[in-house]
Write a protein that binds this ligand. Sequence first.
Ligand code: SR1
Ligand code: MG
Length: 429
Amino acid sequence: MRREEAQPAGYRPLDVETVKAYVAGLSQLSGRLGGGEGQLTAREVGDGNLNLVFIVEGPTGSVVVKQALPYVRLVGDSWPLPLSRAFFEWNALTRQAAIMPQRLPQIFHFDETNALVVMEYLTPHVILRKELIAGKRFPHLAEHIGVFLAETLFRTSDFHMETAKKKSDVALFSDNVALCAITENLVFTDPYFDAPLNRWTKPGLDRAALALRSDRAVKIAAQEMLHAFTAKSEALVHGDLHTGSIMVTQEDSRVIDPEFAFYGPMGFDIGALIANLLLAYFSQEGHEAEAGGRDDYGEWLLRTTESVWRIFEARFRDLWRSERTGILYARSLFEDQGDLSGAEIALSRFLCGLFADTTGFAGAKMIRRLVGLAHVEDMEAIAEETRRAACEAKALAMGRELLVNRGRLSDICAVTSLARSIRREKGLS
Ligand code: SR1
Ligand code: MG
């Protein structure tokens, strides 16, 4: 089993000069880039919380080099973070690529010593979050990501995967301790006490943010979701599937950045995406030029939220019926005895529990982006603080409802109806 390493001898963080020499030294890339070191250009474009990201371009092609730093970039070297996250990202990418290569960047090279992955530069793709802020629509997004979720989660679960392989994979990814710890603290714990790195829009959100600490129902619900996060090794989850981890064009969608991957609850990924679509929804009043100017767009976001779940569910049902080859719900117990409806009842019961997990995780993920350390640009880009706080207060109310009332929401339309009514009714108080 892999153990947490100290910084490996030979690791050196790249810069815009050294990355060119590095890439030029990779013989498998010479055909793609079409030139040696002197003909390459490089720029650093990382705007995430953790890593360096370089785009290296040559006369005929380009690549991305993503390199882990030994600390959290967002905070600085006072918060060390293991380089091994690049190892887990590469392992997750290779597993996802074996299932749905068309939804990922192509991977060209992994260097464990330097904690870096060289991959396809996706162009003209852009980060989904930025496009949602700009009010753009993507007609295939829900289909692409709904199917990606169903395929990757089902095929890495005990519904499908060979049990020895799954158990060894659970063991491998269980060493992604530091990245899981970030989630365990920042998502499920810090928002509910006076954690030093918490922040929110002041003074507008003071009351609502501080109220979380004495809200017993929400604290218990958050801990129940943390329990599910730590205890349910259901499938290989991406672990950070927000709208900044998806790159899009009108025709295409790709999922990037699975460095938080581990064997966890399926609902964590689905909930993360739904949370971020809902955060986009609640931010729209902050981006509209005139009152109601983004109402239609908000409805598109809610329809997309509904479609993600529905498409996920439909594909998952297909996979259950046709590729249930793992140790769970063996066909010998159901179909082989002619009990087709028994398998269908079991499937519906599973999906019911998964939907409750999904909504609970979605709620926790919304709350952490409003009062915890790491926020979302959807809200941060609203310059006027009173306006931002008004959007955030509604999103926070939505997050709380999803978290506390998970299991009581009948279906995805109940979620989107709730979003509509909170957006209409709840103001700052
Ligand atoms: C300290 S890292 C903060 C957040 O950035 C990543 O995108 C994850 O969501 C993490 O929680
Ligand atoms: Mg990321």
